[in-house]
Design a protein around this ligand. Structure first.
Ligand code: IMP
Length: 183
């Protein structure tokens, strides 16, 4: 089997990611100044983004995680969303920012936003590192986003393909060859 760097083309490099995350953190710090903020990371893909984002914020925030599962072993969404891990903290009356790795069909986010809204937070906004609008099936607005990307399956920086490549420090496009070989 070839090494990951031979099969994945860099789409967004590490430095570009860090620069944009700093800009997002500045925006979020400004918007929430003087308010307590709860960041909710959507597992698993957002763990790296959330870890870098939180280190760039100007003040301390609370963190919790929600786990979802929407893709099986392939690169196509099943359209079905399952909660695999719920929050440990209550969101009622709190300012909540949902942190996603990537929005593709938008079905996961739509489901999470509806679920969280029913729990009556004081406010609820969404921040996604990557926005892939080409295959959107649910109407959903992003309050903050890092990059708009083309319709390709990307890996790295927390994102996986069959649990591989999460640790890459950049976002790359998985080549067709590799997808077909392992599907
Ligand atoms: P959506 O419900 O179709 O918007 O998909 C949301 C979830 O699918 C994301 O949180 C990712 O876990 C996963 N996903 C969507 N597109 C990609 C991709 O290009 N690479 C890796 N995972 C993806």
């Amino acid at each position: 089997m070839a090494r990951p760097k031979e099969k994945i083309n860099t789409l967004i490099g590490h430095e570009e990611l860090q620069k944009r995350i700093k800009e997002l953190a500045n925006e979020i710090s400004r918007d929430y100044e003087g308010r307590d903020l709860l960041l909710i990371g959507v597992l698993k893909g957002s763990f790296m983004f959330l870890a870098d984002l939180i280190r760039e914020l100007d003040y301390t925030v609370a963190v919790d995680f929600m786990g979802t599962y929407s893709y099986g072993a392939s690169t196509q969404s099943s359209g079905e969303v399952r909660i695999t891990k719920d929050l440990e903290q209550s969101v009622s009356g709190r300012h909540v920012l949902l942190v996603e790795d990537i929005v593709d069909t938008g079905l996961t986010l739509r489901y999470l936003v509806d679920t969280l809204r029913a729990r009556q937070p004081a406010s609820l906004k969404v921040c996604a590192l990557l926005d892939k609008p080409a295959r959107r099936r649910a109407r959903i607005g992003l309050d903050y986003y890092g990059f708009i990307i083309p319709n390709a399956f990307v890996v790295g920086y927390g994102l996986d393909y069959q649990e591989k490549y999460r640790g890459l420090p950049y976002v790359g496009v998985l080549e067709e060859e590799e997808q077909q070989k392992t599907e």
